[in-house]
Design a protein around this ligand. Sequence first.
Ligand SMILES: Cc1cc2nc3c(=O)[nH]c(=O)nc-3n(C[C@H](O)[C@H](O)[C@H](O)COP(=O)(O)OP(=O)(O)OC[C@H]3O[C@@H](n4cnc5c(N)ncnc54)[C@H](O)[C@@H]3O)c2cc1C
Length: 407
Amino acid sequence: MADLEAFRTEAREFLEKNAPKGLRGRGMAMNQEAADEEPGDVREARRQWTKLMADKGWTAPTWPTEYGGGGLSPREARVMQQEMAKLKLPPPLMGMGLSMIGPTLLVHGSEEQKNEYLPKIVTGEHRWCQGFSEPNAGSDLASLSCQAKLDESGDNYIVNGQKIWTSGAQFANWIFLLVRTDETTKHNGITFLLSPMKVPGLEIRPIRLISGNSPFCETFFENVKIPVKNVLGGVNNGWTVAKALLGFERSGMGGIAGGGGGQARRGSAALGGNRMVSLAKETVGVENGKVADGKIREDMTNVMLDQMALTLTQQRSAATAKSKGAPGPETSIFKIVASELGHRRDELMLRLRGTGGLGWEGGDTPEEDLMLTRSWLSAKATTIYGGTSEIQRNIVSKRVLRLPQPK
Ligand SMILES: Cc1cc2nc3c(=O)[nH]c(=O)nc-3n(C[C@H](O)[C@H](O)[C@H](O)COP(=O)(O)OP(=O)(O)OC[C@H]3O[C@@H](n4cnc5c(N)ncnc54)[C@H](O)[C@@H]3O)c2cc1C
């Protein structure tokens, strides 16, 4: 424990001295499009912040140092994140590299693959996207049909097919994807591939939403050549690798067990209970040192207790995952609880904000409040991506509770 306190002091001093002051209290941009629109000095501060932390390996605090990570224990990583939160610093780096493919590479990657990919995730040089869903394979992902056939040399796969809802594909330079390598069997005929985005035959079409933004894309593969050495976890073993990756995605444990991005994906979760309490004090008022409204106090306490219980359960599961390699089907419980809890917290914060919570951009509305509104809206998707809540409940019933299944 004394060591942990010594580490806390070291982390605090390092962050206080070096973290760019202009980023404190700023939060993360909601997406790359928003990040690109930030003023030049903010973008530069973010670049410096990422570099500063990457140089220490603290963008991926718990990854081994030989792959560029920080080599911290999960407890040290939490202490570091607590010190960052005290200074209201945004995560130095986020994305599917840290929260999904990195932790999966640590479990299923060859030594060569770990050395090749992990350090570039730590620095942010590789930005990954996820090519799982297809027009006819969403919830029933294993029915995917994007096809990979070996070429004559036997050194490359030739990939043909389409992916959809590929988040951030237009900003990514690498993609991890599932392809069909055996037509005669369903789950055992899938292979997990890694590919650069800038290759002949790979085309991205952003899907434009009513907001004008394009958070995700259609991704087309026409005779795209992917070397056999880019198979992760073995030919026709892709479903096992995909389940591990989905475990990291669903648990948000990339941040606890593996990398650093998972939880940070959710804007208002990052703002945490402190913001909720200060917002309540501002808007409802204070009586005897407490938030004046008893019902609001009760609702806030319930959200904060549930958040605490979720975090502790995730930490327990992360410890088990460390010994087993990857998180198991219980992560579906986290996905359901975290997404529904996120909705409850966002609704409560918006209720507290009243008409002030209607801001979308610009004007006099503080950045934190704008983030709150945007986060409330974008969080609607959390019960869909990574597998819908219905699918998570099916998994819990089958693989956690082992209930009898319909014939
Ligand atoms: C914001 C966002 C980002 C995304 N990003 C990515 C990405 O980067 N990469 C990627 O590959 N995919 C991504 N997705 C796709 C996501 O994984 C799928 O949308 C999701 O798995 C559901 O598939 P679907 O949309 O085809 O819905 P469908 O599978 O068609 O489901 C429609 C409805 O039927 C229900 N349903 C289906 N089957 C069952 C069943 N057996 N039992 C009970 N109910 C069922 C579902 O719960 C849902 O309500 C993203 C989605 C969103 C919303």
